[in-house]
Every structure is written in C-alpha cells, then in structure tokens.
Design a protein around this ligand. Structure first.
Ligand SMILES: C[S@@+](CC[C@H](N)C(=O)[O-])C[C@H]1O[C@@H](n2cnc3c(N)ncnc32)[C@H](O)[C@@H]1O
Length: 313
C-alpha cells in the first residue's frame, strides 16, 4: 500500500534555486514528508554531502526511508523540528549548515492514509496528530473538552472562520447529549451552520479543520520557535527556504525575516542610530513567491503555497 501514496513536491525548481546547494554541502530538511524535496537535495549535494532530515510522523518517515533507501548520506531524525539546535549540537553541526528547508503543514498522505482524522471527506476518528507517538492531544479532546469560547477563538484565529461563534455554540450544545467523535459528525455540524451562499468554492469545513490541526500540533508556536534556531544553525551564506500554506504562517515568517534583516534596532524616537546593529540575514524574496498556473493545474495542493528565502550574512 505504501508505494501507492505519492506527494508531489511543491515549487520544486524554486526550492533548489533558492537553497543554492553545491556538491559536498550539508543540508537540513526540517519537513521530510515523503522525501520529494530531500531527494532533490541529495542529488545536488552528491555522495560527499550530508542531509539531516526531520519528520515527526511515523508513517511518513517509514515511507520516506523506503523512497530514499538508495542514499547512505542521510540521517533520519524522528522528532519535531523544534529540536533542531539540540540535534545539530549532538552531531557537531550547529553553525555549519549550508541550506535549510521548511515545507510546512500537511502531506497528501495525511489525507489519504486511514484513520488520521485530517479529512472532512472521510468519516473516521477525530485525531489530526502529526505524530501518534510524540503528541498526546487529539482533535476529539479539543472538540469535546474545550469551552465554547476557546473553540470560537481557535476557529477565528487559526481558521479565519466567520461563523466561529455559531459553530462553537452548536458543538457545545450537541456534545452535551453525546460526544462528537468523528470527522464526518463534525463536518455535518459545520455544513448545517454555514449558509450555502457562503461556501466560497471550498468545503465549508475547510477552515475549522485547518484551525483544529494547527491547535492539535501547536503549529504556529513551533514555527516561531524554530526560526531563530535555523539562523544559528546556518553557516555564513547558508540559505533558509520556507514554504507556508496560509497567511498566519506566512506572516510569522515575513516578520521574522524583516526583524533579522534590520540594520537598526534603536527605539523609534532616537533619530540618529546608536545601536550599530548588524543584520543577521539578507532577504532574497521581497514578496512571497507563488507557484505558476501550470503547477497549480498539475498539483492543486500547491495553490496556496508561499515561498520565502533568506541568506545568512
Ligand atoms: C508539506 S509536507 C513536506 C513534504 C516534503 N517536502 C516532500 O517533498 O515530500 C510536511 C511534512 O512535515 C511534517 N511536519 C510538520 N510539522 C513538523 C514538525 N514540527 N516537526 C517535524 N515534522 C513536521 C509533516 O508530518 C509532513 O510530513
């Protein structure tokens, strides 16, 4: 079954262009997935290079290991990428990395494999954990235990869902009688609340499911935490490439890049710079780079991708 699961790497050529890796380089793929981008990296760095690849999802890691079995110069790390510094220190590689990739979020496999609970198109237990071994909190626990106020906040903040409060109140009403256990049950509740005219070309449950996934996996906090670690990890002129799939993630990356690239950090009322602050990166993408129409046609999942890249000074 595993070989049938495929994930088309997004913005493939541009990722390699911005990573700008050479033979014998050392690279980190923070989000191995099924190994698509990693394979391109391994080809670039050749057998004299080294790739450290993080993946927290046991099922994806297993498939990626199989997909990359011909390569000997890859170290697979079954861990959240939040442990980047710790892992690199262990391998004596912190500060020596030539290129780091973060291709955030979901893999096609999360929607295709059984019982992961990410898809509103299936009826299965509400899980949504990237790792069943490393994470404890499930979407079912959130839906049945969080207060309606907290649920509404999550749907609004992480899903930008206009009907957040109404959906949360309905969930609270229903779960008083019987717990909500499956993706199908939750999707039906949302379908009943959101009027048809507001479907906006996407399934009405899309936003709430995105919000729940972000909360289950603590995705925004983990991203905020890893970004400074990536700068420390890079060698001078090393490159960082981040692909995000929604504006919340992209905003975090944009602000982080801007902050790190600042030449002055004096308070606004100080007219002549006194800080002599040195920027730590040079931004390579003024605006986020998006996939072409052609790529979106062949790989619809790429439509929301936003790539930003920077180089360590
Ligand atoms: C968009 S997919 C990456 C696809 C990959 N670039 C490829 O070409 O196959 C994102 C992957 O990163 C993993 N992931 C997401 N957040 C993670 C984290 N904080 N730590 C480790 N892995 C993570 C997910 O489980 C998923 O497999």
């Amino acid at each position: 079954m595993q070989n049938k699961i495929a994930h088309l790497p997004v913005l493939r050529q541009l990722v390699q262009k911005y990573l700008n890796l050479k033979k014998n380089d050392i690279a980190v793929d923070c989000t191995l997935g099924l190994g698509g981008h990693s394979k391109d990296i391994l080809r670039k760095i050749g057998s004299g290079g080294l790739l450290i690849a993080f993946e927290q999802d046991e099922q994806n890691l297993k498939i990626a290991k199989e997909n990359l079995r011909e390569y000997k110069n890859i170290v697979f790390v079954h861990s959240n990428f939040i442990n980047l510094t710790e892992t690199l220190i262990k391998h004596r590689l912190n500060g020596k990395i030539n290129g780091i990739l973060l291709d955030l979020g979901l893999c096609s496999s999360h929607l295709e494999l059984e019982n992961r609970g990410f898809s509103f198109k299936k009826d299965e237990p509400l899980d949504m954990r990237f790792s069943k071994e490393l994470n404890r909190l499930t979407a079912e626990e959130i839906i049945n235990k969080y207060s309606a106020k907290k649920l509404a906040e999550i749907f609004r903040n992480y899903g930008e869902e206009k009907y957040a409060f109404k959906i949360a109140t309905e969930i609270e009403k229903i779960r008083r009688k019987t717990p909500i256990k499956t993706t199908g049950e939750l999707a039906k509740i949302i379908e009943r609340i959101i009027p048809h005219r507001h479907y906006e070309h996407i399934h009405p449950a899309t936003r709430v499911f995105q919000a729940l996934r972000i909360e289950v996996n603590n995705e925004l906090e983990v991203l905020k935490n890893v970004l400074p670690q990536t700068i420390e990890a890079l060698a001078p002129h090393g490159r960082l490439v981040v692909i995000s799939y929604h504006s919340l993630e992209d905003r975090i990356v944009k602000h982080f890049f801007k902050f790190q690239a600042r030449t002055c950090i004096c308070l606004p009322h100080i007219l002549i710079c006194q800080c002599k602050h040195e920027p730590s990166i040079k931004i390579l993408t003024k605006k986020p780079v998006r996939p072409s129409e052609n790529e979106i046609k062949t790989n619809p999942r790429s439509r929301s991708a936003l790539l930003r890249a920077a180089e360590k000074i």
